[in-house]
Write a protein that binds this ligand. Structure first.
Ligand SMILES: NC(=O)c1ccc[n+]([C@@H]2O[C@H](COP(=O)([O-])OP(=O)(O)OC[C@H]3O[C@@H](n4cnc5c(N)ncnc54)[C@H](O)[C@@H]3O)[C@@H](O)[C@H]2O)c1
Ligand SMILES: O=C/C=C/C=C(\O)C(=O)O
Length: 486
């Protein structure tokens, strides 16, 4: 084995290596930066047994105040090790230092702090009941943990999305087994170190590393898993549904999207151009909320297209830690080839390329990486494959529209239903249009502005259920109603 570090699993309070490894690749230059130890079936079984034991004793029986105090300590320790988390997230994903410092890592700690506070208010309901015989009964409910929760997270916002599930699950008294994406194991491994350093009881948090089909599938089909919370592609969600079907357990799905931005004639044009630049190209377009379809009113179509083109051409692509870099590489060679295949499909479908369409040349090690140009296209129908399928890369298609009802119908013409953004200075229009969009999240004159108390999730192929605030507490709890005849 080379001198590269080995990222191991964390099971029953121990860091456990296996004899199966695969390389962790830096997408900036295609170089291996670590070996990942892939969990074996026996290790997964041990993780489930350990999680069950902890949930039935040390962790599940701990008072909510003590549990939440420990989760605040996790956040404290993550903050102390912030620089390591930043470096690890960049090494795995290639995303810009700006984004990692302002979004990914701060939300990792914020997720723990938010739910460590909120879980103390995870209260039940009480009813005084008039009985048919004229006396009374007291109905009250209490919230119990689900038990052992399998957490499966994606590679695009690795720490943010893993802790968005782990924090409420653990705050509600569940034990968790985290299976992060095989592309991005590093911050999950650091999180396991933090859990260990803080003294989270063994088994309350377990980490199993490895590939989706092998390890993820084993986790979802394992006996002793009481619920699955998953964020990832809709196609994977379908696989997981089949895998858990025989056991009938709660599932929380945050899946794919094919999100639109609508720019009305009365929009603030500069604000809309800046906003759609962010919503199309942030994280190299690898955010489930990113805009891949832009609908612009005919009266401002030309100036908008030109403005977005200039904004795209000014995007600095390069090393994640270089000054002013907005876009690093895509997460992997496989994903780069997938996105480039959609660029080719757009060409084949007859799109006009307003900007981008290829791979930037650096004439250095970065040419071995997974870089790609931010791309703007026009001229395709709404039913073109590029306009129906999720690309999950830095590309958007701009279409012209004439009236409100038309554009609402066109935005809803998709099997997905995650997010949309509406750009208008007309208050009535904002409130009239937003509820008509078949999505879970609408932003007006902004994008990806988050309140952790708000419901987060999608409809149709974009998911099942909501995360955030009381919605997370509800998913990770089992309400029990108790009726006392007075
Ligand atoms: N709705 C949201 O909040 C949200 C957030 C981020 C990403 N996503 C979606 O995720 C996708 C990109 O992420 P990705 O490529 O990591 O998704 P993915 O579905 O390929 O993988 C997600 C996770 O599932 C695991 N996995 C893969 N196959 C599995 C199986 N058969 N059983 C169990 N686990 C399995 C992977 O190892 C990974 O940990 C995009 O479609 C994006 O839209 C959605
Ligand atoms: O790529 C998808 C991003 C999801 C973001 C969140 O779930 C969040 O901000 O809580």
């Amino acid at each position: 084995m080379s001198e590269l570090p080995i990222l191991t699993c964390y099971i029953d309070g121990d860091f456990v290596n296996s004899d199966t490894h695969f390389d962790n690749i830096n997408p900036v230059n295609g170089q291996a930066i670590a070996h990942i130890s892939e969990a074996t079936p026996a290790m997964i079984e041990n993780a489930v047994a350990s999680a069950r034991a902890a949930q039935e004793s040390s962790w599940g029986k701990m008072t909510v105040n003590k549990r939440c105090a420990l989760l605040h300590k996790v956040a404290d320790r993550m903050a102390e090790r912030e620089e390591e988390f930043i470096a690890a997230e960049i090494a795995d994903t290639g995303k810009s230092l700006f984004q990692v410092k302002t979004i990914d890592i701060p939300r990792g700690t914020a997720n723990f702090r938010f739910f460590a506070d909120l879980a103390k208010f995870n209260s039940g309901e009480t009813f005084i009941t008039d009985t048919p015989t004229g006396d009374k009964a007291l109905n009250y409910s209490i919230n119990k943990p689900l038990g052992v929760v399998g957490v499966i997270s994606p590679w695009n916002l690795p720490l943010l999305l893993a802790t968005w599930k782990i924090a409420p699950a653990m705050a509600c008294g569940n034990s968790v087994i985290l299976k992060p994406s095989e592309e991005t194991s590093s911050t999950a491994f650091l999180l396991a170190q933090v859990m260990d350093e803080v003294g989270i009881p063994k088994g309350a948090f377990n980490l199993i590393l490895g590939r989706g089909r092998a390890v993820g599938d084993a986790l979802t089909s394992a006996k002793g898993i009481d619920a699955i919370t998953f964020t990832g592609a809709s196609s994977t969600g379908k696989q997981i549904m089949k895998s858990v079907a025989n056991s009938v357990k709660p599932i929380s799905f945050e899946l794919g999207g094919k999100n639109s931005a609508i720019v009305f004639a009365d929009a603030d044009l500069d604000k809309a151009i800046k906003g759609v630049t962010r919503s199309s190209f942030t994280n190299c377009g690898q955010v489930c909320l990113c805009t891949e379809k832009v609908y612009v009113h005919r009266s401002i179509f030309e100036p908008f297209v030109e403005g977005l083109k200039q904004a795209a051409l000014q995007i600095k692509i390069g090393y994640p830690t270089d000054k002013d870099v907005f876009m690093g590489p895509l997460v992997s060679k496989v994903h780069q080839q997938k996105v480039l295949s959609y660029y080719q499909l757009a060409k084949d479908e007859g799109a006009t390329f307003v900007a981008g369409g290829g791979v930037p040349q650096f004439n250095d090690e970065r040419d071995m990486g997974c870089f790609i140009e931010p791309t703007i296209i026009t001229g395709l129908s709404d039913n073109a494959r590029v306009n129906q399928e999720e690309v999950f890369g830095p590309i958007c298609h701009i279409s012209v529209f004439d009236d409100e009802d038309e554009v609402i119908d066109r935005v809803n013409n998709t099997d997905y239903g995650l997010a949309a953004s509406v750009w208008t200075e007309n208050l009535s229009r904002a409130h009239r249009v937003s509820p008509q969009l078949d999505v879970g999240l609408v932003w007006v004159n902004t994008w990806f502005l988050r309140d952790l108390r708000a419901p987060f999730g999608g409809v149709k192929l974009s998911g099942i259920g909501r995360e955030g605030g009381k919605h997370s507490l509800a998913f990770y709890s089992e309400p029990i109603n108790i009726c006392i005849h007075i």
